[in-house]
Design a protein around this ligand. Sequence first.
Ligand code: GLN
Length: 547
Amino acid sequence: MARYIFITGGVVSSLGKGLASAALGALLQARGFTVRLRKLDPYLNVDPGTMSPFEHGEVFVTDDGAETDLDLGHYERFTGVAARRTDSVSSGRIYSNVLEKERRGEYLGKTIQVIPHVTNEIKDFISIGDDEVDFMLCEIGGTVGDIEGLPFFEAIRQFIHERPRGQCILMHLTLLPYLAASGELKTKPTQHSVKELQSIGLAPDVLVCRSEHPIPEKERAKIALFCNVRPDAVIPAYDLKSIYEAPLAYHRAGLDRAVLDAFQISPAPRPDLSKWEDVIDRLENAEGQVNIAVVGKYTQLEDAYKSIAEALTHGGMANRVRVKADWVDSEKLEGEGAHLLDGYHGIIVPGGFGERGTEGMLAAAKYAREKKVPYLGICLGMQMAVIEAARNLAGMPDAGSEEFDHEAGKTRFTPVVYHLKEWVQGNYTVQRKVTDDKGGTMRLGAYTAVLTPESRISEVYGGAVQIEDRHRHRYEVDATYRDALEQAGLCFSGMSPDGKLPEAVEYADHPWFIGVQSHPELKSKPFAPAPLFAGFVRAAMQEGRLV
Ligand code: GLN
């Protein structure tokens, strides 16, 4: 049976609960334990799949095809444990399960209530896979006191009581605001948020206090006294230059020791932190800088391309170089021209949805092809590379994607990228209609691509001829145009195992130009960078004459 660590937040949102959870997971692994991390989100959307990237940031896709909160990306990047569908749940999903059961008559005509029906559903979810790991870390989204969060807190309260004593602990993150006028850190909001927890029957065992200023010993003692935690379980968390410093910083602050103490695990196994020391060494001792333009639509909110930003950092670590990513609005490129890309050492066109901004992305693909600048096209970025080649090399000036104006009924383009209605997943054939609901019409999760031996992409993957990356898209490049496009110079270097769906394209006569239908960034980790990002950054270094 796993031990459980519940992670909650108080005072304000965005305190870095996800990062603290991920770092704690990594520290427990460093001490030889196995972990799994989970996110319980109080919002009512059934999953983040249909939430705007502007509002909610990136949708993180798991191997088993779930569209989840971007915090699961942090968990994976820090622990290397592949997240699953059962590691992310929202109130919407919980209520929807309860209501489905009610419709099926599973509650035998009982009155359905938050306690016990909703809380039971939450507890069942929390305990999935209980016997697989030493520690299960469950982060509750939002802040204590939020109306939507109450059923989750109540479920945790019950869960802790139902488990043997000492099997569960609670870690609470708060903020210590600094009042410049009096030069003081204030502990009152922390006290209040702990009181709020106590009023619903929960008492934190470990308090993580975010602060921009050093927390004096006197204040730490005061927090311990007023919040009913041990002084050495009040863990200061200061701002960091890089998120990858978090495991070592939390270790120095005593987080893992406080957690193991709370479980009375003694003696605590000694940690091996060499992996994280190497990560920091690579970050701090980088030489030179490459400048990368990421030409996309969701450029106002960096979280919209979170995994790409991180994968670029990892690609930099692999090559011991700093990577500076600029987010270039593709619509701006349409207005002002592709010369905005002058001087960049590499261009990425990332994933995206809808027609808006795609002319700018096509211009970026054309610029990269003609000027021989390294190009990495991801999902929509690969589709753009194909459309650009069809229009400008294969004599199909009206080439486009069925996504672009499907509302009109019939597209004004020749769709070299079309809406996929049937495909093979493992032993199954999946079928979709254009009219299916928005939540479930995509090719989602890990799919295999078979690579052409000796192609650039195969070389990037160390000579592999079969790779597996995660997908999240509705449209596919139409393989019937393969011959025409290959004659024009664009090689189809990766295909689905049945040979029907193009998975990767590249130009043989270009220093480094690859498009992939998958999202390689989702599997990238600081200690195991995604090969395409390591290879792309390396090519950008050559462009910038750094090697
Ligand atoms: N909009 C495109 C599709 O659905 C690409 C999706 C993506 O880039 N993730 O196929």
